[in-house]
Design a protein around this ligand. Sequence first.
Ligand SMILES: NC(=O)c1ccc[n+]([C@@H]2O[C@H](COP(=O)([O-])OP(=O)(O)OC[C@H]3O[C@@H](n4cnc5c(N)ncnc54)[C@H](OP(=O)(O)O)[C@@H]3O)[C@@H](O)[C@H]2O)c1
Length: 368
Amino acid sequence: MSAGDGSKVRWAVIGTGNICSDFCAALKLVDNAETVAVAARELPKAQAFAKRFGIGKAYGSYDELARDRSLAVDVCYVGLINTKHKDVVCELLRNGRNVVCEKPLGMTVEEVKEMVKVARDNKSFLTEGFWTRHFPAFKKIDEIVSEGTIGRVSAIHCDFGFLAAQDSRTRLKELGGGAIYDIGCYTVQYATHLLGTPAKSWRPLSIAAAGVMDPVEQVDLNGGISMTFDDKSDPSARLRTLAVLHFGTDGRRSQTARILGDKGHVEVHRIMHCPTHVTCVLYTDGGSVRDDHTFELPAWRPGEGGIPEDFRFFFANSEGLAYEAERVGQCVKEGLLEMPECPLDESIAIAQIMQTAREQMGGQQMGE
Ligand SMILES: NC(=O)c1ccc[n+]([C@@H]2O[C@H](COP(=O)([O-])OP(=O)(O)OC[C@H]3O[C@@H](n4cnc5c(N)ncnc54)[C@H](OP(=O)(O)O)[C@@H]3O)[C@@H](O)[C@H]2O)c1
């Protein structure tokens, strides 16, 4: 894979946790990307990570990397726990760094708005790491929908979740846990991308959410959001589209999505946030015709191309982070300040939806 004009895109990685490890390995699959620096809360951790991935510079604090004038870097990848995103990203942006930050961009709408403002004020590139958008299979969905193959889209259904350990980051309030933050955001971005309208800042017309809260941690374990949107295709403005989103960290899920049209539907097979297989089903008089599209992930082998011999990805399909890295590299090389397919105003809208949903999920239970 290649990222643009031939010169190397120099990356810094902020954090040494699971996703940072996956991202570093995926960067090895992008031809003209190189990782030049890594920062962790403790220097020995950063040094060990640097040694493992052949990275030249290690920093014992995130701010030290952000402020080091001698460090020439094109873009920083932030893969920290959710509660750290805002402060660390803003410090990087204020120091003129370009940033891709893992989802969710911030914990609240206010945080996300602040991050976007700092990026714009400093004329730095910022994007939320919705890697889904860069998968060839997701682009295929876009193509099928935008070309009208399945007709008028009336609804999308998403079901995403897994069983997280009780002590997992995703279930602890202090570490920014909650199913909506960890995976619900992926289902929301399906809705805003496929049903939202840029002219309306991707905002739904209505939203109703319910959730099962962990009574001790007060984070959501299992939640659902229903939203209606204006129908972009209906000039009479009488029709609406519907998103039905389900997410949870309290048990296995189908990890699939469906986009429903009046001529057919798209099935997004497991795993819907990093898809490799979609089926377009077209209705006929007597039944239906199925058209399968399968995409190979970027190939890699342990011990080759700078990937450590004992390397294993922590998360399924993480090779696909290379698609995101390649696209971010292109944007930065072109001097863009936002990624056209992941606009920052959409990130604000997503944060707004999630905040409204969290408020509704945390409300009083019936009968209390
Ligand atoms: N794109 C994806 O598919 C995907 C998958 C998983 C996670 N994520 C996102 O990536 C982020 C990190 O998730 P992860 O699974 O990689 O988490 P993780 O393995 O637990 O790593 C946590 C990271 O946060 C840093 N951190 C800073 N303060 C911390 C604190 N007080 N306690 C614990 N860690 C602290 C750690 O820093 P040091 O390295 O400095 O110790 C480490 O880099 C989250 O925003 C998550 O939503 C994305």
